[in-house]
Design a protein around this ligand. Structure first.
Ligand code: ADP
Length: 183
């Protein structure tokens, strides 16, 4: 685990399973269907229980599929959190299909909706770098820069954690964070 600072917000990088975190908001790398899936999405629904999917279904009925880059919020069910924020990262198509902008939007819109719901500590997984194939180096840079830029403007968060599932992913994020935050 390693801690950085962006304005008044603690930025924590940690290797682990996001479903085991204790915080206000857990971000889910969902897919547009909001009906659950593999990877971190599956893990969150499994650990959080059926209440999460129930709310996702209601959102789906109300507003249809969730577009890439957007975010919605539900209960956290049995997780040690107040809410789950579901966002959809882009599927990597080679880099010329607005993937970078959309990944940035996924982080930013998650930060905005969590703020609107008064969440003070939130945890992110590495959005889009699993099944969606986004190159991890670039994704890490976008994730951390977007978080830093947000914290420059807004001091609403006490703590923002990036939870990296593998040691390799953790190392990539750590190296980027040293560049981005120790300036
Ligand atoms: P996407 O479809 O957005 O790529 P994935 O769930 O396939 O989403 O992968 C996103 C990242 O989440 C990957 O780096 C994957 O290793 C990681 N991941 C999978 N399960 C967990 C978990 N329980 N906690 C934290 N990260 C996880």
């Amino acid at each position: 685990m390693k801690t950085f600072k962006a304005n008044q917000t603690q930025i924590i990088l940690k290797q682990g399973d996001i479903t085991e975190e204790n915080c206000d908001g857990i971000v889910n790398a969902a897919n547009s269907s909001l009906m659950g899936g593999g990877g971190v999405d599956g893990a969150i629904h499994r650990a959080g229980g059926p209440e999460i999917l129930k709310e996702c279904k209601k959102i789906r009925e109300r507003q249809g599929k969730l577009p890439t880059g957007k975010a919605v919020i539900t209960t956290a069910g049995n997780l040690n959190a107040k809410a789950v924020i579901h966002t959809v990262g882009p599927i990597w198509q080679g880099g010329n299909d607005q993937e970078k902008e959309l990944l940035k939007k996924a982080y930013k819109n998650s930060l905005i909706i969590a703020k609107e719901n008064d969440l003070k500590t939130i945890c992110f997984p590495s959005i889009s770098t699993g099944a969606y194939g986004f190159p991890i180096e670039e994704a890490a840079e976008i994730a951390l820069k977007t978080i830093k830029d947000f914290c420059k403007e807004d001091q609403c968060y006490k703590e923002i954690r990036m939870i990296l599932f593998s040691e390799d992913d953790y190392e990539v994020y750590l190296n980027k964070a040293k560049d981005i935050f120790n300036k």
